[in-house]
Design a protein around this ligand. Structure first.
Ligand code: DGY
Length: 322
């Protein structure tokens, strides 16, 4: 059987797959062009993709023998799941191996933003440190503050665990209430997202991108937040209405934002977000720690092996495809 791996970075995963299948590895470091993806979904039984490779209806129209799309990501919004399911193609993802790395990164963003670490370090490296003046760089403490976490999946839980260590009050809003976690992590449930937005000093988004979560945060929600509050987004760019965020940051209606995800990615160099001093943007790297990157690759390979051998996959998004 033929397997296509859409990046050259995943040697341990490729080794695992090579022992069983005829594996082709894409040599470029970016998403293969649509014509290549079309060819591969037509000729291969499995493809291993990154979370940003668009496997849409048009690409899937060429799928003939494809049995699994294995995403090396927890998010699968890059794949048309409905179309894949109709075509009886399984979709795999990689939860359970990246939440701690994403949570570490989220804490990094929160501290860089609230304590002005990024802005002040950039000032020094730009050779603009001309006088000793702490006053211009006064930040906000994290301890004793209130963080509002939207979503309460594995990444959100790992963030909450870390915030407990920082002695923050932790509010959360999610579809389902988690009573056990409320006890063990001292979480406080908000059954109304508006209450969380109004009360939090930091709002951190940990949701998948779906039709329901697209533009969940826009002008109305940003205007409910405190003027001193920060927004953190490591989920997906489209969960926030980016134009509304630009306006809120320009008007200082919130104090700042740190985002690891944008629409599109990469963000165009002339985008208005890039001219804002109260914004940190990183290039979609929250999960990108060495061992996590490798473990995600191995899990994606294991999803392929299970799907092609007809055994239960470590993580399947659409088991009903069978
Ligand atoms: C994920 O796992 O979904 C990360 O965002 C990488 O795409």
């Amino acid at each position: 059987m033929k397997v296509f791996i859409a990046r050259p970075f995943h040697q341990p995963a490729a080794k695992l797959l090579n022992s069983k299948y005829d594996v082709e590895v894409w040599k470029e470091t970016t998403t293969p062009p649509p014509e290549i993806l079309k060819e591969k979904v037509s000729t291969c039984h499995a493809i291993m993709t990154e979370g940003f490779d668009p496997i849409n209806k048009e690409i899937l129209a060429s799928a003939e023998n494809l049995r699994i799309i294995s995403n090396r990501a927890v998010g699968t919004d890059n794949i048309d799941i409905k179309e894949a399911t109709q075509k009886k193609i399984l979709v795999g993802n990689t939860p359970g191996v990246l939440h701690d790395s994403c949570a570490d990164f989220t804490m990094g963003l929160i501290l860089s933003l609230s304590r002005n670490i990024f802005r002040s370090a950039h000032m020094v490296k730009s050779k603009k440190w001309e006088k000793l003046d702490q006053y211009s760089y006064l930040g906000s403490d994290l301890h004793n503050k209130t963080i509002g976490i939207i979503g309460m999946g594995q990444i959100a839980q790992a963030v909450a665990k870390r915030c407990k260590g920082f002695e923050t009050r932790i509010l959360y809003f999610s579809r389902t209430r988690k009573l056990e976690l409320e006890k063990s992590l001292g979480l406080e449930w908000c059954d109304d997202i508006n209450d969380l937005l109004k009360t939090s000093d930091i709002v951190s988004l940990h949701l998948p991108l779906t039709d329901t979560t697209r533009h969940l945060i826009g002008t109305r929600e940003l205007s409910l937040m405190k003027k001193s509050a920060f927004l953190i987004n490591t989920s997906r760019g489209a969960v926030v209405n980016q134009n509304d965020l630009v306006t809120a940051l320009k008007n200082n209606s919130i104090a700042g934002a740190a985002i690891d995800v944008t629409v599109p990615e990469p963000i165009p160099t002339n985008h208005p977000l890039l001219s804002l001093d109260n914004l940190i943007i990183t290039p979609h790297i929250a999960s990108a720690a060495k061992s996590t990157f490798e473990n995600m690759g191995i899990m994606a390979a294991e999803n392929i092996i299970s799907a092609l051998s007809g055994t239960p996959m470590p993580s399947c998004i659409n088991p009903e495809a069978l």
